[in-house]
Write a new protein. Structure first.
Length: 113
């Protein structure tokens, strides 16, 4: 995915992108590749202000892949990851995105994980 200067808000709620509940490893790996692509997009998009990925079946590994790009974004203000399957490791990844990266959110939603 390349940079797009006009996208400021993305809402992908309930798309089951993460597939955290999948048992078949091949399908899980494909889902993680999609998430990694999103992370790469977020890393180069410097206009994105709001991202909502609620109810997408993200687990800790999916959050790890997503945080790659979130660490590099400087414009994101709102991040909604509620109602996923984020555990302690995923929460730590998000915290590290704040510490190690440029992420400066004003709103973060992690409820129902």
């Amino acid at each position: 995915m390349g940079s797009n200067a006009s996208i400021t808000d993305i809402k992908l709620d309930q798309n089951k992108i993460g597939r955290g509940r999948l048992q078949h490893q091949t399908k899980k790996n494909k889902a993680y590749q999609y998430i990694e692509s999103f992370g790469e997009f977020f890393a180069v998009n410097q206009c994105l202000k709001s991202l909502s990925m609620a109810s997408c079946d993200f687990d800790d590994q999916a959050i790890h892949k997503l945080c790659y790009g979130l660490k590099m974004t400087t414009t994101l203000q709102n991040l909604n990851l509620k109602d996923n399957e984020i555990g302690n490791e995923g929460a730590e990844e998000i915290a590290l995105a704040f510490q190690e990266g440029k992420l400066r959110l004003t709103r973060l939603f992690l409820n129902d994980n």
